[in-house]
Design a protein around this ligand. Structure first.
Ligand code: SF4
Ligand code: SF4
Length: 444
């Protein structure tokens, strides 16, 4: 069979992929599962028209899973027919044939040149596959457990969730590959801005009266400081705090470089500023600590004094407006993300918690102090002194821009005992997957 499989051309593998996917789609349609049918058809079309969208290990896993699925289904149906004294041989032959076709596609993908249509079978390809599975699995579980349609698309097209799950999985794979590539820094800026756009787009459409965009019907002020201050004032409502904590556990302070809906604004403002960002003065860290202290003390005092929600909202609103002013006036002028490295208390929380968690950015002995990385850091985390110390300053958000910029490969991600290359693959996979999940639900 291997010889036959090897002789399949790329065109043959594309056609076989499409045919098998359409067969699976027809099966799901028959079982009244249009979302699954659409997902299978999309995978088949991707394999036929743009196979690079499917990382090769994913194609391999899908073919293998398809082979097992059809073999299992064939056996089950044959036993049922045998129990009812109905003929079963033809069914076994048909289902067995389908199962073998899937197996042939899997072998061809794994072992022959034709499989190159899906790209290489290397570390990044497995990383992209892991991203698809993580996003697909997370959205599947979240959608199944949530009391309401979580995915925006599902709210408009009931039953379409399986399609969105696979679409966002493929998107995560694409983002993972892009972040690992030479233009990863540009892509990070774009996908981060896209998330912020979708997040605030939902908020404004909801405010304009389109309730379908507001998942719970409740509006929250989209100011990161309220992730901490909100529960302290209200005494409940820790969903955002849990989400923030989960992201910290998975990717350390990378909330502030890949995920936050406001951080993307500050990043954009800083990028509009000078090419060479200015490092913040030493006193900035004291101001930052003071703001964090006030973020804890003020809401607690408002709660203790029984201050009205109106007063609390006014205070929060003023803080938010102050943050926007900091972005426009300071970040844009200095080229440094002053809002995120000085004004926003959640940035400091992320940095401090990040120091307790295992993700690190390490500057190795390969560093020649050439300074090529310095202009890439908009978080005021890199200076010649930091390079000499072998680690970035506390404000580092693990954005990875310096890793991509260093011509000597002296910047590396570190996580416990993982080899640096593996650590970078794992980190990128997790960051891209979280981004895709956040984008898929973009909850207000
Ligand atoms: S510092 Fe605050 S606004 Fe900036 S990215 Fe972090 S949480 Fe968001
Ligand atoms: S030190 Fe590097 S990874 Fe950390 S924030 Fe600066 S550019 Fe990003």
């Amino acid at each position: 069979m291997q010889a036959n499989a090897s002789s399949l051309s790329s065109m043959g593998l594309r056609a076989l992929s499409l045919g098998l996917a359409l067969l699976a789609a027809a099966h799901f349609l028959r079982w009244n599962a249009p979302g699954q049918a659409a997902a299978c058809a999309t995978l088949g079309l991707a394999a036929a028209l743009a196979p690079r969208l499917l990382p090769r290990p994913l194609a391999l896993l899908l073919f293998a899973a398809g082979g097992i699925f059809w073999a299992h289904l064939g056996m089950e149906l044959a036993f049922m027919r045998a129990a009812q004294h109905l003929p079963w041989l033809r069914l076994i032959l048909i289902m067995g044939g389908v199962s073998l076709a899937f197996a042939a596609a899997a072998v061809t993908t794994a072992r022959t040149r034709a499989g190159d249509i899906f790209g290489p079978l290397d570390g990044p390809a497995w990383t992209k596959t892991l991203a698809v599975l993580l996003v697909w699995g997370t959205l599947r579980v979240a959608q199944a457990k949530a009391p309401m349609p979580l995915l925006l698309g599902e709210r408009f097209l009931p039953g379409s969730a399986p399609w969105w799950e696979i679409a966002f999985g493929l998107y995560a794979a694409w983002v993972t590959g892009g972040l690992l590539g030479p233009r990863g820094s540009t892509l990070r800026a774009r996908i981060w801005a896209l998330f912020s756009l979708v997040f605030f787009g939902q908020l404004f459409l909801g405010l304009a009266g389109w309730g379908i965009f507001l998942m719970t019907g409740d509006l929250h002020l989209p100011i990161p400081a309220l992730i901490l201050a909100g529960p302290l004032y209200r005494g409940h409502g820790i969903f955002m705090l849990l989400l923030f904590g989960a992201s910290l556990l998975l990717v350390g302070p990378a909330w502030c470089s890949h995920l936050c809906y406001i951080g993307a604004w500050d990043h954009t403002m800083a990028r509009l500023g000078p090419q060479r960002p200015r490092k913040l003065p030493a006193w900035a860290s004291k101001v930052r600590t003071g703001i964090l202290a006030l973020t804890i003390l003020v809401p607690a005092a408002l709660r203790a004094s029984g201050a009205s929600t109106g007063i609390a909202l006014l205070g929060a609103g003023l803080f938010g407006v102050g943050g926007v002013a900091v972005m426009v006036l300071a970040s844009r002028r200095l080229g440094t993300m002053v809002h995120c490295t000085l004004w926003c208390p959640m940035g400091l929380v992320a940095n401090l918690m990040g120091r307790l968690l295992p993700w690190r950015l390490r500057i190795t002995a390969a560093c020649t102090r050439c300074g090529r990385c310095l202009p890439t850091c908009r978080y005021s985390a890199l200076s010649i002194q930091d390079l000499k110390k072998g680690r970035p300053a506390l404000t580092c958000s693990l954005c990875g821009d310096c890793v991509r910029a260093c011509p000597h490969g002296a910047m590396e991600y570190a996580y416990l005992g993982l080899a640096p290359k593996t650590a970078r693959l794992v980190f990128t996979c997790l960051a891209a997957s979280l981004h895709a999940v956040f984008l898929a639900v973009a909850r207000i």
